[in-house]
Design a protein around this ligand. Structure first.
Ligand SMILES: *[C@@H]1O[C@H](CO)[C@@H](O)[C@H](O)[C@H]1NC(C)=O
Ligand SMILES: *[C@@H]1O[C@H](CO)[C@@H](O)[C@H](O)[C@H]1NC(C)=O
Length: 587
C-alpha cells in the first residue's frame, strides 16, 4: 500500500470516528436517524382494513405494510373524536393536559374562525425534530385551531407547532363542505337561526302594531331596526350552506390561503403531488412528513376512477381510494430511494362513525367485532384503530403485537429515534414503542389507560401483566344507544358524554378484553372471582390520575373560544371576501 493512500485511509477513519462520536453523543438511538412518514386516516374503522380482518374491501397497499412490517392489534386512540385525539397524538399527552378537551358537547374545534386550538406552549414531535435538524411537513387535515386574536396571527397554525411546511385544510372536511344532508353544523344552525328569525319577526310586528294603534308610545325606529335584523337573520339562514363552504372548506399553503372554497374534484391529486414534491425536495433527509388524509370522513370525496368500484358503496369506494393513495405515496418514497431509510406508520385518528347513515346506507366506518364507534367515549369501537409500522431491514416483517399500545406512543418513539429527548417539564403519557417493535421487550409499558369522553373518564383499561397477561376494562359510564345495546345514537350526530342519555354504572361494567374484545360478556362477582379486586384497583388508578392533573389548564374548546368570530375568519381577500380561484395558487 502506498504511504499516501495509508494517510488518506487514516484520515477517513479518524473523520468517521469523529462523526460517529459527535452524532451518538447523548443518545442511544439507532444510526443513521430515519426519516418518518406518518399516515393518518380520518374516521377509518379498524374493520375497514383487509389486514385487520376485512375480506371484502380491497386495501392491498395498507395490507402490504402489515405484511412487511409490524401490526399492532391493540392500538388505542386517546379520544374518540378528531381534535382531542390529534392533540394527544402530536404531543404524546392526554388531551385534558393541554386543554384540548371539551365540557359542553362541542367536542372538536367548530370553526376555522374560532379562537381555540393547540396552545403555543405545547410541544409536538415536529417541534423537537425540527430542532434536531429535521425538515418537517404536514400535508392534509389539521383541525387543531388557527388564530388566537387576529385573522393572521396563526398562533395555532401547524407552522407555529414545529412544521416547516403545511399544505392542506386547517379545519376539517365535513358533510357541509358539499352541502350534504349528513351535516355537522348546518342543520343545527339553521334550526337556531329559524327560531331567532321567528322571534325577531314577531317582535317587529308587535312593535309596529303597537306604534300603529298608539298602544306603545314609541317611534317607528325600533320596529324598523328589529325588522332589518330579522331580514339579516333570514338571509344568513338562506345562504348558510354557501357561507359554511366558504368559511371552513379551504386550502392553505403555509400561511396563505390558496383555494377558498375548495374544488374537491382536484383535491386528491393536489395532495398527492404535494407529497411527492416534498419527498423529492427532502430526499437527502432527514425529514418527518405527516400525511393526514381527508379520507374517509364524510362527505367521502371520491374521484371518478373509484366511484362504484367497491362492494361497500360510496364509503367503500372512498376507503379503496385512500388505500390507492397510500400506494402512490409509498411508490414516491420508493422512487426517491427512501424506503430503507424511512419509518412508515399508518393509523386512524379514531374509530368509524356509526351515525353517518342516510336512507339505510352506511357512510361511516366499520369497527369489526368492537362495540360502538366514533364519539362514544369508552367503547372499543371508537378508540381501537389500525397501527402499522414499517421499516424494512430494521423492523421484522409480519410481526403482530397484541400488547396494548397508544397513538400517544408515537411521540416518544419518533423523538427518540431522531436522537431527541422528550420534554422533562411535563407529563408525557406515551411510551417508547421501540423495544416492543424490535422484540427486546415482551410487554407494553402501559399498565393503565384512561378513556375520556369530553372531560369525563368513561372507562379505564388495566394491562395486568402479573396475572398471565389479562387486559381488563371497566366502563363507569356508557352512552345510551337506540335501539338499546346495539347501533348508534341516530339523529344526534355523535353520542353525548353526559346527561340523560348516558348511563352511569355502579358497579361499573367489567370486561376481559382478551377473551371478549367485542365487550359482550359483562363480568360479575359470580362469574369473575377477581371482580372486586379489579374494579377497586381501577377506581384507585383513575382517582390517582385525576389527582395529578393540573387544574389551571386553559380550556381551548369552551363555548367562548369555540364559537365563530367574524374577525378571526380566514379569508383570502379581506373579510367578507372569502373566495379566491385556484389559479392564484402561488406554488
Ligand atoms: C368490510 O368493510 C365494509 C365497509 O365498512 C363493511 O361494510 C363490511 O362489513 C366489512 N366486512 C367485514 C367482513 O368486516
Ligand atoms: C335522549 O335521547 C332521546 C332519543 O334519541 C331524545 O329524544 C332525547 O331528546 C335525548 N335527551 C337528551 C337530554 O338529549
Amino acid at each position: 500500500m502506498l504511504p499516501g493512500h495509508r494517510v488518506w485511509t487514516c484520515a477517513a477513519v479518524a473523520l468517521g470516528l469523529a462523526l460517529a462520536l459527535k452524532t451518538s453523543a447523548g443518545s442511544d438511538a439507532p444510526r443513521p436517524r430515519p426519516n418518518f412518514l406518518l399516515l393518518m386516516a380520518d374516521d377509518l374503522g379498524i374493520g375497514d382494513v383487509g389486514c385487520y380482518g376485512n375480506t371484502t374491501i380491497r386495501t392491498p397497499n395498507i395490507d402490504q405494510l402489515a405484511e412487511d412490517g409490524v401490526k399492532l392489534t391493540h392500538h388505542i386512540a386517546a379520544a374518540s373524536v378528531c381534535t382531542p385525539s390529534r392533540a394527544a397524538f402530536l404531543t404524546g399527552r392526554y388531551p385534558i393536559r393541554s386543554g384540548m378537551i371539551s365540557y359542553n358537547g362541542y367536542r372538536v374545534v367548530q370553526w376555522a374562525g374560532a379562537a381555540g386550538g393547540l396552545p403555543p406552549g405545547e410541544i409536538t414531535f415536529a417541534k423537537i425534530l425540527k430542532e434536531r435538524g429535521y425538515t418537517t411537513g404536514l400535508i392534509g387535515k389539521w383541525h387543531l385551531g388557527l388564530n388566537c386574536r387576529s385573522p393572521r396571527d396563526h398562533c395555532h397554525h401547524p407552522l407555529s407547532h414545529g412544521f416547516d411546511h403545511f399544505y392542506g385544510m386547517p379545519f376539517s372536511l365535513m358533510g357541509d363542505c358539499l352541502r350534504w344532508e349528513l351535516s355537522e353544523k348546518r342543520v343545527g344552525l339553521q334550526h337556531k337561526l329559524g327560531l331567532c328569525f321567528h322571534i325577531l319577526a314577531f317582535a317587529a310586528v308587535t312593535l309596529a302594531a303597537g306604534r300603529l294603534t298608539h298602544l306603545l308610545p314609541i317611534s317607528w325606529v325600533p320596529a324598523v331596526l328589529v325588522a332589518l335584523l330579522a331580514a339579516v337573520v333570514f338571509l344568513i339562514s338562506h345562504f348558510l350552506g354557501d357561507l359554511l363552504v366558504h368559511a371552513d372548506c379551504f386550502l392553505m399553503r403555509n400561511h396563505a390561503i390558496t383555494e377558498q372554497p375548495m374544488r374537491f374534484e382536484r383535491t386528491t391529486s393536489l395532495l398527492l403531488e404535494e407529497v411527492s414534491s416534498f419527498l423529492k425536495r427532502n430526499k437527502d433527509g432527514p425529514f418527518l412528513l405527516f400525511v393526514s388524509f381527508l379520507h374517509v370522513h364524510i362527505p367521502l370525496v371520491t374521484t371518478k376512477d373509484f366511484l362504484g368500484r367497491s362492494q361497500h358503496g360510496l364509503y367503500g369506494d372512498n376507503v379503496e381510494e385512500m388505500d390507492w393513495m397510500v400506494g402512490r405515496i409509498l411508490g414516491s418514497l420508493e422512487e426517491e430511494g427512501l424506503s430503507g431509510s424511512t419509518l412508515v406508520y399508518f393509523t386512524s385518528d379514531h374509530g368509524g362513525s356509526l351515525e353517518s347513515q342516510l336512507g339505510g346506507h352506511q357512510y361511516g366506518g366499520w369497527n369489526g367485532v368492537h362495540k360502538g364507534g366514533k364519539g362514544m367515549g369508552g367503547w372499543e369501537g371508537g378508540i381501537r384503530v389500525p397501527g402499522l409500522l414499517h421499516w424494512p431491514g430494521v423492523l421484522p416483517a409480519g410481526r403482530v403485537i397484541p400488547e396494548p399500545t397508544s397513538l400517544m406512543d408515537i411521540f416518544p418513539t419518533v423523538v427518540r429515534l431522531a436522537g431527541g429527548q422528550v420534554p422533562q417539564d411535563r407529563v408525557i403519557d406515551g411510551h417508547d414503542l421501540w423495544p416492543l417493535l424490535r422484540g427486546t421487550a415482551g410487554h407494553s409499558e402501559h399498565e393503565f389507560l384512561f378513556h375520556y369522553c369530553e372531560h369525563l373518564v368513561h372507562a379505564a383499561r388495566w394491562n395486568q401483566r402479573e396475572a398471565g397477561g389479562r387486559v381488563w376494562k371497566v366502563h363507569f359510564m356508557t352512552p345510551v344507544f337506540q335501539p338499546e345495546g346495539a347501533g348508534a345514537c341516530y339523529g344526534r350526530g355523535v353520542c353525548p358524554c353526559s346527561g340523560d342519555n348516558v348511563t352511569r354504572h355502579d358497579p361499573p361494567l367489567l370486561f376481559d378484553l382478551e377473551r371478549d374484545p367485542g365487550e359482550r360478556q359483562v363480568l360479575t362477582p359470580d362469574t369473575e372471582p377477581a371482580f372486586h379486586a379489579v374494579v377497586s384497583r381501577l377506581r384507585r388508578e383513575v382517582e390517582a390520575h385525576r389527582r395529578e392533573l393540573k387544574h389551571d389548564v386553559f380550556q381551548q374548546l369552551g363555548t367562548y373560544l369555540n364559537t365563530w368570530r367574524p374577525w378571526l375568519q380566514p379569508c383570502c381577500g379581506t373579510f367578507p371576501l372569502c373566495w379566491c380561484s385556484p389559479q392564484e395558487d402561488p406554488r
